[in-house]
Ligand binder design. Structure first.
Ligand SMILES: Nc1ncnc2c1ncn2[C@@H]1O[C@H](COP(=O)(O)OP(=O)(O)OP(=O)(O)O)[C@@H](O)[C@H]1O
Length: 253
C-alpha cells in the first residue's frame, strides 16, 4: 500500500506467550479513516494482535514480540513512546463495557486529568465527546450519576466517548457489541461508521453481518496467520481462499 494510505501496520509480526506462538508473520496495513474488521475463529489471535497495537502485552512477562507494529512510520516498541503515549494515540474499547465506578462525568474527566489536559478545557471536551458518541442527549442532565447504573449499550457508548475524548488517531474495538442487545448494537454500529470520518478503526468481530455492515476492509485470520484480506464485499462474496469461504459461510468457527 502507498505509505500515505497507511495509518497503522504490522510488519512481519510474530508473537509468543511462553513457547506458544500465537501470531505468525503478520503483515497488515490499515488505511486511515477506514474501518477494518478482523475476523476468524476463536483463538486465532485477533485480540492478541489488537492488544499488541495498544502495548497491552507489556504487562505479560511471558509475551515476546518480534517484528514491527507501526503508527505513521514510528515503531510503537522502539523506546520512542511510553505505553501511555501509545494509548493516547491508539484508544481501545473492550468487549465488556468497563466504566470506572465513578460518575459519568468523571469517567471521561479521569483520562483528561492523567494526560494533563488543562482543567478549563475539560468540560467542553467532555461535552463534545459525549455528543460525538451520540449519548449527550440521553445523559446531559445526569452527568453526576454513577456510570455503572447506565444500560450496557449506554456504558459502551460512554467508553467510546472516553476513548474519543483523548483525540486518538486510531480506535481499536474488541467485540464491542458482543454483550449488547440488537438495538444497542445497531447504535454502536452507526456510531462506528460515523466515527471513521475522524478516526482509523479496527474492530474484532464474530458477527459476519456486523463486519459487512461496518467494515470497508476485512482481514480473515486462522491459527495465528492472516489468510486473506481485502475489500469487505469482495472477501465475503468472492473469497479467494477456500478456508475464508468456509468461514464466512458459517461452515466452521
Ligand atoms: N496472556 C496470555 N497468555 C497466554 N496465552 C494467551 C494470552 N492471551 C491469549 N493467549 C492465547 O493466545 C491464543 C489467541 O488468543 P486470542 O484471544 O488472541 O484469540 P481470538 O482470536 O481473539 O479469540 P476469541 O475470538 O475467542 O476472542 C489463544 O490460544 C489464547 O489462549
Amino acid at each position: 500500500m502507498n505509505n500515505d494510505l497507511v495509518k497503522l501496520s504490522a510488519e512481519s509480526v510474530n508473537l509468543w506467550f511462553g513457547s506458544k506462538q500465537v501470531l505468525k508473520n503478520i503483515n497488515i496495513d490499515f488505511a486511515p479513516n477506514q474501518v477494518t474488521a478482523l475476523i476468524g475463529p476463536s483463538g486465532c489471535g485477533k485480540s492478541t494482535l489488537l492488544r499488541a497495537f495498544n502495548r497491552m502485552h507489556d504487562l505479560s512477562p511471558d509475551a515476546r514480540i518480534e517484528g514491527k507494529l507501526v503508527l505513521e512510520g514510528q515503531d510503537l516498541y522502539d523506546g520512542h513512546f511510553s505505553a501511555t503515549q501509545v494509548r493516547r494515540r491508539i484508544g481501545m474499547v473492550f468487549q465488556k463495557a468497563n466504566p470506572f465506578p465513578k460518575s459519568i462525568y468523571e469517567n471521561i474527566n479521569y483520562g483528561l486529568k492523567i494526560n494533563d489536559i488543562p482543567k478549563a478545557e475539560r468540560k467542553g471536551i467532555i461535552e463534545n465527546a459525549l455528543k460525538e458518541s451520540y449519548i449527550w442527549d440521553e445523559l446531559k442532565t445526569e452527568l453526576d450519576k454513577p456510570a455503572t447504573r447506565l444500560s450496557g449499550g449506554q456504558q459502551q457508548r460512554l467508553c467510546i466517548a472516553r476513548a474519543v475524548a483523548l483525540r486518538p488517531e486510531v480506535i481499536l474495538m474488541d467485540e464491542p457489541c458482543s454483550a449488547l442487545d440488537p438495538l444497542s448494537t445497531l447504535k454502536i454500529e452507526e456510531l462506528i461508521v460515523k466515527l471513521k470520518k475522524d478516526y482509523t478503526i479496527v474492530i474484532v468481530t464474530h458477527n459476519m453481518q456486523q463486519a459487512q455492515r461496518v467494515a470497508d476492509k476485512t482481514v480473515f485470520m486462522y491459527l495465528g496467520e492472516v489468510i486473506e484480506e481485502g475489500e469487505t464485499k469482495e472477501l465475503f462474496n468472492n473469497p479467494k481462499n477456500e478456508l475464508t469461504g468456509n468461514y464466512v459461510k458459517g461452515r466452521f468457527g
